[in-house]
Ligand binder design. Sequence first.
Ligand code: HEC
Length: 143
Amino acid sequence: MISISICKTFGLSHNQDKGQRRALLASLLPLSGLLCPFPAAAQEIDGARLFQQRCASCHSIEAGQNKAGPHLSGVIGRPAGSVEGATYSEAMRSSGLTWDSQSLDTFLTAPGRMVRGTRMTVALPNATQRAAIIQYLEGQSAD
Ligand code: HEC
């Protein structure tokens, strides 16, 4: 009874069209953001899927399978430029980096800025996407 009268107050009926419903949802969205303890975007981005879309053409997550880029199985904790049989630039081999979530985040933001002369040119400027991919890579241990 109460909800019906609220709907009537807002000029909505059970026969409201989609546009009206969408408008109502849109007006409630900022509220749901306040009630939700995590940013919605971080929950929705699927690191595995993003990796398939943005990285898998050049990187396998199977140890020993190198494509244009080295495999990324167990990349967390691995010294940069160290996969046997992978083709690296001199810049990567001599970078002195060890990959952890922080250095990966910096690298993926702008690879050439961190490792000048690297052959990897794909950048992920979106921090939420980087976090999702790094979290995914953390789960891909070397075996
Ligand atoms: C067009 C091909 C290509 C794509 C797409 C690509 N990479 Fe790369 N990546 C490379 C190449 C080539 C290297 C080797 C760079 C070098 O030696 O300078 C590399 C190196 C790396 C390294 C360093 C690995 C090591 O062993 O030191 C990481 C980490 C990495 N890529 C992550 C990613 C991630 C994450 C993505 C997706 C967002 C991605 N790459 C997309 C080609 C690519």
